[in-house]
Design a protein around this ligand. Structure first.
Ligand code: GDP
Length: 529
């Protein structure tokens, strides 16, 4: 049983990520959450780093700015009695695999939608990933200070496209130039909007109760409209249901304008109240509860180039149970080795300090000199392996060609390392000596080329190759598997974890092979264990 202090620390933790389509306002909202959490004094701090997502060279340069990328990957801030861990996800969709893996390390998500644009492509994909683990999702409809879509239509769209029921918690009064504020359906308070650009926490006027004559004074005709609309909404929309939210079936919806700090406080107040604290996690052998006293955790992300001089990499580890304390010894389960964690990093926003203690739900950063892979488990001795960290079949393929053939060893070492960090995937065909790289986004290849050059002194080019799809192969029947392997060896390869992968030159080819071998599984995702 956990002691009282551990229980208290766990219960007050909230670990989440923001999901959105680019430009919906994730960066702005992140900044405002930090502002409300008192982690930054004035808005404008998080902004600077985002321009970088438009060009690879900028992205690389940014990653190299030691510290900045770390503090922006995980931000911890206190809010009321809670400790909030916000895990950032890369803005550029070419790095979406990183985002998917980060979502395995959170207990809930916050979805930001642009009121004018509604549900967009990235939002849909990210919701699919949330659904894999039934991650609870809260929704913030942003940019109410601009003209946008009708709120009821928007909620219909969320319900039909994202397959999740909506329960409005706040309701907007007008929008664009006529935006007056929001009515809180639970507290019965009307929060008035005033546009500010000072970057301070907004404390607009608050009026209690829909029947309050002050509303008529302040809103004129809009007061009547609001009363009618609220009646309609209360009759027609779902009511908030905590269990349904926690089960990922229903999303509470808030309206606001992140850039004007408006609607953010209501969101954050409910977030710490309703969002789940640290949840149980599955391992190959058993479920691990956050209240267990012994420390466990898994690496979900590896970030390189913190310090190019030292080839420094930081592995981000989500604590799943127990307490981490500085200097403790843990078992690196895959290697069967004991390691002492002397210099783990913590992520109190704006101040990347060294942790003394951290608890279930927190993220710590471990310096990684090439021994930590994505998915690695750390424990106080037990042989556990956390599951659920996915590898997605890449959609783009390139053949790596060395400029200097004598550098083959360095190339192989570099690629193997970059695969373990999840920067790319490597396939070695059974019938040739090619090295085929797979990625989800084209920028990944550029990053790999640059890192091979900087960190491994290998100059290498990437050529197009006749592969369109990859599928991991599984088959229970050993004889069938060996027939399959023999007959289709031209299309088979081994990935960096030693797994058999079918590389299809065309979609039609993949389909035909699947039809011919109905008892062989062709998997588009693979769990990293
Ligand atoms: P991200 O790509 O999701 O991180 O989006 P950003 O936070 O960078 O926002 C994209 C653009 O929308 C920026 O120009 C922001 O200034 C703007 N923006 C963000 N929130 C609001 C808002 O509430 N109202 C208006 N009018 N613009 C906003």
């Amino acid at each position: 049983m956990a002691d009282a202090r551990l229980t208290k620390e766990i219960n007050r933790r909230r670990t989440f990520a923001i999901i959105s389509h680019p430009d919906a306002g994730k960066t702005t909202l992140t900044e405002k959450l930090l502002l409300f959490g008192g982690a930054i004094q004035l808005a404008g701090t998080v902004k600077g780093r985002k321009a970088a997502r438009h060009a690879t060279s900028d992205w690389m340069a940014m990653e190299k700015e030691r510290g900045i990328s770390v503090t922006s990957s995980v931000m911890q801030f206190p809010y009321r009695d809670h400790i909030v861990n916000l895990l950032d996800t890369p803005g550029h969709e070419d790095f979406s695999e990183d985002t998917y893996r980060t979502l395995t390390a959170v207990d809930s998500a916050l979805m930001v939608i642009d009121v004018a644009k509604g549900v967009e492509g990235r939002t849909e994909k990210l919701m699919d990933v949330c659904r894999l683990r039934t991650t609870p999702v809260m929704t913030f409809i942003n940019k109410m200070d601009r003209e946008g879509r009708d709120p009821i239509d928007l909620m219909d769209e969320v319900e039909s496209m994202l397959k999740i029921r909506c329960a409005p918690i706040t309701w907007p009064i007008g929008m664009g130039k006529r935006f007056k504020g929001v009515y809180h359906l639970h507290t019965g308070k009307v929060h008035f909007y005033s546009s500010t650009h000072g970057g301070k926490v907004q404390t607009g006027e608050v009026v209690e109760g829909l029947d309050n004559p002050k509303l008529d004074e302040l809103l004129g005709d809009m007061a009547r409209e609001l009363r009618e609309e609220v009646e309609l909404v209360q009759g027609a929309c779902n009511e908030f249901d905590l269990d349904a939210y926690r089960a990922g079936d229903l999303t509470p919806v808030y309206f606001g304008s992140a850039i004007n700090n408006f609607g953010v406080a209501e969101l954050l107040d409910d977030f710490v109240k309703y969002a789940p604290g640290p949840q149980e996690r599955n391992t190959v052998t058993r479920e691990v509860k956050p209240s267990e006293e012994k420390f466990t955790g898994f690496a979900f992300k590896i970030q390189a180039n913190m310090d190019p001089q030292h080839r420094d990499r930081v592995a981000f580890v989500r604590i799943c149970s127990g307490t981490f304390s500085k200097g403790m010894k843990v078992k690196h389960v895959r290697l069967g080795k004991e390691v002492r964690l002397n210099d783990a990093l913590t992520f109190m926003a704006a101040d990347r300090g060294h942790v003394e203690e951290a608890f279930s739900g927190d993220i710590i950063g471990l310096h990684n000199h090439g021994t930590i892979r994505i998915g690695d488990t750390f424990t106080e001795g037990e042989d556990l392996a956390f599951t659920g960290i996915p590898n997605f079949a890449p959609e783009l393929f390139r053949r790596a060609v060395l400029k200097d053939p004598l550098k083959m060893k360095a190339l192989q070492k570099g690629l193997s390392q970059l695969c373990e960090e999840g920067a790319t995937q490597l396939f070695k065909p059974m019938v040739s000596n090619d090295l085929i790289l797979g990625a989800v986004g084209v920028l990944q290849f550029e990053v790999v080329a640059q890192r091979l050059r900087d960190e491994y002194k290998v100059e290498c080019q990437f050529e197009t190759v006749g592969v369109q799809q990859a599928r991991w192969i599984r088959c229970e029947d050993e004889k069938m598997l060996s027939d399959f392997t023999r007959k289709l060896d031209m299309n088979l390869s081994i990935d960096h974890s030693g797994e058999l992968v079918y590389l299809a030159p065309t979609r039609v080819n993949l389909q035909m092979s699947q039809e011919r071998w109905p008892n062989v599984e062709f998997l588009a995702t693979r769990e990293q264990v």
